[in-house]
Design a protein around this ligand. Structure first.
Ligand SMILES: [Zn+2]
Length: 171
């Protein structure tokens, strides 16, 4: 299970060796051990104050065309809350403040493994009725509980968070 064929530091062909408890790619020349990194994504449950939740339709893989919470990967130099605010702004133009962490889910798709941290977040200032999709999404809109497109949700984490949210609403 090689992640890299050549040493990212010196270019020598990597060898599979025991290192820190398992076989990993190790450089026989400079000794560099290659650790496969996990990815961290952040997502936001954002509501409008009248029992509608904000979902975005993904315009990129994976799960292109399906609805999800505004979300994305942390950049290397970011902290989680910075990443959350940036991703929400990039996808919807909204400025949000995180309120609390709702849950942490395993993340696994064809391109990455890791975790997704889902926050509850609140829009700063007046909440707009119409949200313009930007960046990696082609639609963004508010959904009432009975409008949630359960058959067209992107990720298990999206589904779980929305199910909990809709069950906790006062009917
Ligand atoms: Zn090397």
């Amino acid at each position: 299970m090689y992640d890299v064929k050549f040493c990212p530091q010196c270019g020598t062909r990597m060898e599979e060796r025991e290192a820190f408890g398992r076989l990993r790619p190790v450089c026989p020349n400079c000794g560099l051990i290659f650790f496969r990194d996990l990815k961290v994504a952040v997502g936001a449950l954002i509501t409008n104050g009248s029992n509608h939740v904000l979902l975005v339709r993904r315009a990129v893989r994976p799960e292109k065309g399906k609805w999800a919470l505004p979300a994305g990967y942390m950049e290397y130099e970011e902290e989680p809350i910075q990443a959350l605010k940036r991703e929400v702004a990039e996808e919807t133009g909204l400025d949000v403040d995180p309120l609390r962490v709702l849950d942490v889910f395993p993340l696994h798709n064809p391109y990455a493994r890791g975790v997704v941290i889902v926050y509850e977040a609140r829009v700063r200032g007046p909440v707009p009725d119409v949200v313009n999709p930007e960046d990696d999404v082609d639609e963004a809109r508010w959904f009432a509980r009975e409008e949630i497109p359960w058959e067209e949700l992107a990720f298990e984490s999206t589904r779980t968070i929305l199910r909990r949210w809709s069950e906790n609403l006062v009917s």
